[in-house]
Design a protein around this ligand. Structure first.
Ligand code: SIN
Ligand code: CO
Length: 381
């Protein structure tokens, strides 16, 4: 079975990624996109799943409803056009999780989640633009996509509407997508999708890119929590100023040295990027557990059949650290197979897992992961 995307990745990265939209016909085997409607309705009924419905009437009265949803909710909307959107399906639908691996030509920590939409004929979420790159994969049925120019904060939006829907959208291109077709959109491109069939299912592989404001806020925020408070602005050999109120070039240059030593420190920046980009999408899925002792951990290994990283846990690595859910562990002492197990979300048998915990660093990682609800295990009957 095809496990890769059927298009020229090098050409895509060079000419389209972050630059311009691309329609790719039959980019993926539609058999790999078998997500059932029932499965989606079941997940949309769960409290721990983020789901929304966008309803409208003749492209007006756009309303956002937040899940969870029961069968009655769909009945109440029967006379309207509605689209059900279920977020982060990669965490609970294995087929969607497999799909994610096909996009690893972009760093895995850039991928946000996989969202699935199910829409009735004529329904859509309205003309809009997103701040992130997205691959819109047609999973089932047909959808018409219209795309236009890049939108920005000056684009006029509908008033009194909870959704950011464009008042007017210029249509530059229009395509009808069938199962297996993919439309890639870089950030900002205005788009409008309309279901052409009642079984219209679209799978969005969305990426995330932190805003500069978030980068600065979080990088310096995390650093400042770690920096010794005794490190201060200093001005030895100060010259008497003509104007005692003036902020001088000399003072600014001292400040540049202080800020620069953090802003230009590649080790700190790399650690920050790994930690920040592995922050979980739903931190509430990771409640702290009591920290197990090594003896308790040993008991868990003896009674478990297999281990797996929590499907919602995010992991990355740099030269020095293994990053999991916004924290870092020095990787030097860690068994490389244990690192692969974490990064690739593979399943390990208990006996195999035990072998990777040969030293203190491995044991500590296993204990930390259990106490953060990051490591799942199946117990033998
Ligand atoms: C949808 O699947 O209906 C919406 C996806 C999007 O426009 O980003
Ligand atoms: Co969109």
């Amino acid at each position: 079975m095809q496990q890769t995307l059927n298009f020229d990745i090098d050409d895509f990265l060079k000419n389209y990624w972050q630059c311009k939209p691309l329609l790719i016909r039959q980019a993926i085997d539609p058999d790999l996109l078998q997500i059932s409607q029932e499965e989606l309705f079941d997940f949309a009924a769960q409290e721990w799943v983020e789901s929304r419905i966008v309803s409208s009437q003749d492209q007006q009265d756009w309303t956002l409803h937040r899940g969870p949803f029961e069968p009655d909710d769909y009945e109440r909307l029967a006379t309207k056009d509605w689209t059900l959107l279920v977020q982060a399906v990669d965490q609970f639908i294995p087929e969607a999780n497999q799909l994610k691996k096909m996009f690893d030509f972009v760093p895995s920590w850039r991928l946000d989640d996989i969202m699935v939409s199910l829409a009735k004929t004529g329904a859509g979420v309205g003309p809009h633009f997103d701040q992130y790159d997205v691959f819109l994969i047609q999973g089932c049925g047909q959808r018409r996509w219209q795309i236009g120019p890049v939108g920005d904060s000056n684009s006029a939006l509908l008033e009194n509407c909870e959704l950011s829907i464009l008042k007017n959208m210029q249509v530059d291109h229009q395509w009808d997508l069938s199962p297996g077709d993919i439309l890639y959109l870089p950030p900002g491109i205005t788009h409008n999708g309309t279901a052409l069939t009642d079984d219209c299912m679209t799978i969005s592989v969305g990426f995330r890119a932190p805003a500069h404001s978030e980068i600065l806020d979080d990088y310096f925020g995390r650093l400042s929590a770690r920096i010794d408070q005794s490190l201060r602005y200093t001005d030895p050999a100060i010259q008497m100023q003509k104007n005692p109120h003036a902020v001088t070039v000399d003072a600014v240059s001292k400040l540049k040295t202080i800020v620069g030593q953090y802003a230009n420190n590649e080790t700190l920046l790399s650690q920050w990027l790994g930690e920040f980009m592995t922050e979980p999408k739903y931190p509430e899925h990771f409640p702290e557990q009591p920290t197990p002792s090594w003896e308790v951990m040993q008991d868990i290994i003896n009674t478990a059949t297999c281990f797996q990283l929590h499907p919602g846990a995010r992991a990355a690595v740099d030269d020095k650290y293994l990053f999991i859910n916004g924290e870092s562990w020095a990787r030097q002492e860690l068994n490389s197979e244990l690192i692969d197990f974490v990064l690739n979300h593979t399943i390990a048998e208990a006996s195999q897992f035990n072998k990777w915990l040969e030293n203190d660093a491995g044991r500590q990682l296993a204990i930390d992961l259990i106490s953060r609800n990051c490591l799942l295990y199946e117990e033998s009957q």
